[in-house]
Design a protein around this ligand. Structure first.
Ligand code: AMP
Length: 460
């Protein structure tokens, strides 16, 4: 059994201190299994999902290989979605604190090209991006990959699902053959094996348990009639009272309809799917993460890469086609030793999916009917916080401390009434106890933050 101490790795003492300051006391299983190989320069194919610590696994590896004095792109990380790219970028920046002068640039679609080109011209060591936009920059020659040492494909299965296969091939054709290629995937369909064979050299294969311990996630399947999904969904909330939940749907329209339905029943829900623009997505994710939205109704793609610490329940409004996706979905609850609940609604025609999940998990699926649930007719689920949006952000040099200072100073709020503060380029979001929103907005309507008047509104 390999050591799980970071100090057993050949990485700099500064990085070990940095990891300690991040609270990473020992390696997660994916890190312990993959880092010794990654640090030796080997190619790797790893079956691991979000929450396993995979970002730090490839992050620590690729940072170790970067020469800060060479101002060319030395590592490229391709991610399926902007959210995941953002999250990977944030984690890499934390890990890069131990090395001076490392520049990281995010290249995601949905953002203007100009500023990205500007950042690339200033020299970048690491690029994190989505395939379409990275390809755009390669074709324009605004991105050069001749000096690339490490290529990471994160959630490669999802990139293939999203139809990025040709784009990835094209991007790879711009990279040197000598590169190290690290491929991470939550599932291993045949297409992943084919891809690995065509772009990797004798990769080391690592799998971390994708199964969850029975004691941690309680899984229940409810048989419903076709037109009773909504009432059955409500019955689950009224019986189990989860404080937070993700409801998975297949389609964007379904997400909107289910979120509307829940809101009409006094359950604080928001939908997230690919039709939202970047700002709307940011807002939904901020509100879910800062406790001002209790329920997220999401498609698999939109929920991919969400970094949510403690989710009480995962509900499958419909069962996914693939049992691996089921396991991936329910893995979002019962994290870090907490108990989670996973509920799935299915109709008689979907019974075969319940069976294939049982086969896949090698244990029987426990089925019931919603009629068996005691319901609380007075039930409502309101999140404890609300979010206010400020029309000022990073570009205005606004920092969390400035907002906190203004609200706890002149505005007279207590620190405990203020939750998470998220700063974006042009705006910021502050979670407040619902009872403190009026006081904060009244202050902001007249008072100043960092000497400037700022417009604020409550998100609804
Ligand atoms: P990931 O699977 O990369 O999305 O990581 C999941 C979460 O685990 C992130 O919030 C990381 O900051 C955190 N993390 C990664 N490695 C460690 C570690 N060795 N110890 C504690 N937390 C970690």
């Amino acid at each position: 059994m390999a050591s799980d101490k970071f100090s057993s790795l050949s990485i700099s003492p500064a990085q070990i201190t940095n990891l300690d300051s991040l609270g990473y006391k020992k390696m997660t299983p994916i890190q312990a299994q993959s880092l010794p190989h990654i640090l030796k320069g080997k190619d790797l194919i790893a079956k691991a999902k979000t929450g396993s610590g995979k970002t730090a696994a490839f992050g620590i590896g690729l940072l170790n290989n970067i020469n800060p004095r060479f101002f060319g792109v030395q590592a490229l990380i391709l991610c399926p979605t902007r959210e995941l790219a953002d999250q990977v970028g944030k984690e890499l920046r934390r890990l890069a604190r131990s090395t001076a002068n490392i520049k990281l640039v995010l290249l995601c679609g949905g953002k203007p090209l100009g500023p990205q080109i500007g950042s690339l011209e200033h020299g970048a060591h690491i690029v994190v991006g989505t395939p379409g936009r990275v390809q755009d920059h390669l074709r324009k020659s605004t991105l050069k990959l001749e000096g690339l040492k490490t290529l990471v494909l994160d959630e490669a299965d999802r990139m293939l699902d999203m139809g990025f296969s040709d784009v990835m091939d094209d991007i790879i054709s711009y990279t040197p053959k000598s590169r190290q290629t690290l491929l991470f995937s939550a599932t291993y369909p045949d297409s992943i094996g084919q891809m690995s064979r065509s772009i990797q050299r004798s990769p080391i294969s690592v799998t971390v348990e994708s199964d969850h311990k029975e004691s941690v996630i309680e899984q229940l399947f409810y048989e419903v009639k076709k037109h009773e999904r909504n009432t059955s969904l409500l019955a689950l909330f009224e019986h189990y009272h989860p404080e937070t939940a993700i409801v998975f749907c297949h389609t964007k329209i379904q997400c909107d309809e289910v979120a509307d339905f829940l809101r009409n029943k006094n359950i604080d829900a928001l939908a997230i799917h690919g039709d939202l623009d970047q700002r709307e997505r940011d807002q939904v994710l901020v509100r879910f993460a800062n406790n001002s939205c209790a329920v997220l109704v999401a498609t698999d793609v939109a929920a991919r890469g969400l970094d949510i610490k403690s989710l009480k329940a995962v509900i499958n409004y419909e069962l996914p086609r693939d049992p691996e996706i089921y396991v991936h979905r329910i893995g979002r609850t019962g994290r870090a030793g907490e108990t989670g609940m996973a509920f799935s609604l299915f109709t008689s025609s979907e019974q075969f999916r319940v069976k294939s999940i049982a086969d896949y998990q090698k244990k029987p699926s426990i089925c019931d009917v919603p009629e068996s649930l005691d319901r609380d007719p007075a039930y409502s689920l309101q999140s404890p916080m609300d979010t206010i949006q400020l029309d000022s952000g990073r570009k205005n040099k606004l920092r969390p401390g400035d907002i906190l200072g203004a609200l706890t100073g002149e505005a007279g709020l207590s620190g405990s009434q203020i939750g998470k503060i998220d700063i974006f380029d042009m705006s910021s979001y502050v979670a407040l106890e619902s009872s403190a929103v009026r006081q904060a907005l009244n202050y902001l309507a007249q008072g100043k933050v960092k000497g400037r008047s700022i417009r604020a509104r409550k998100l609804r």
